[in-house]
Design a protein around this ligand. Structure first.
Ligand code: ZN
Length: 229
């Protein structure tokens, strides 16, 4: 149970509140540092309660918004789920992607960071379409195999897998491309799968080519130092 008591103290069961900190990007426990006064909340009974926390790892502030479930004489009960006002930005080696794909996936990441999961999955599909355009039919089949591998490696359950597969490989003509629905959990799986697919499709190859270019450069002359990037 999550609540604020009469002494203005914030309480959360189990392990308290943990999030991916938007500052240090570590999955960290939060300590309440700015709790609204009980008395004032009781007077105004707002629908939502905003609380300031401190990241236990880096000490920077993190703000969460809770739905107020009930106002009682001894405690103000809050919903266990909350909205992160500022989410950690998702990073990816975007520079290795073709321009088209890069722009689409950048927008997908922004949607994810904003917690707009339907928009995120729509942008993931567009990103996937651009990858298929780039790689052709054989590339598409290869990525489908990669997705199967990810499924086995990550032990993704069937419904989540179907949701992710439908986003990435579903037909454009399908009127309901985003079924089963993408919630926060599925979106996080979709994100990891997309990163993996993009890595397989572009990043790995680019890095290999780069490494080989360096090797050729070193072999072609008696340069002993790696050239500056
Ligand atoms: Zn932190």
């Amino acid at each position: 149970m999550v609540y604020i008591d009469k002494q203005d103290e914030f309480h959360a069961d189990f392990n308290g509140i943990t999030v991916v900190c938007p500052h240090c990007v570590v999955h960290s426990h939060l300590t309440a540092s700015g709790v609204p006064r009980f008395e004032m909340l009781m007077r105004q009974k707002p629908k939502h309660v905003g609380i300031a926390f401190r990241c236990d790892y880096c000490g920077e502030p993190v703000f969460l918004k809770f739905l107020a479930r009930s106002y009682a004489a001894q405690r103000i009960e809050l919903a266990a789920s909350y909205v992160e006002i500022e989410r950690a930005r998702e990073e990816f080696a975007l520079t290795y992607l073709p321009l088209d794909t890069e722009q689409l996936f950048r927008e997908a990441l922004a949607c994810y960071s904003a917690g707009c999961f339907r928009a995120f999955s729509a942008m993931c599909r567009q990103t996937a379409q651009s990858v298929f355009r780039e790689m052709g039919e054989s590339g598409k089949l290869k990525l489908f195999d990669t997705l199967q591998d990810v499924r086995k490696l990550a032990e993704i359950d069937e419904e989540t897998f179907n949701a992710v597969r439908n986003v990435i490989f579903g037909a454009d003509s399908c009127p309901w491309p985003l079924q089963p629905e993408i919630d926060a959990l599925r979106a996080s799986v979709l994100l990891e799968v997309m990163k993996d697919l993009l890595y397989q499709a572009f990043v790995r190859k680019s890095k290999l080519l780069q490494a080989m270019a360096v090797r050729r450069y070193l072999a072609s002359s008696d340069h002993s130092a790696v050239p500056e990037e």
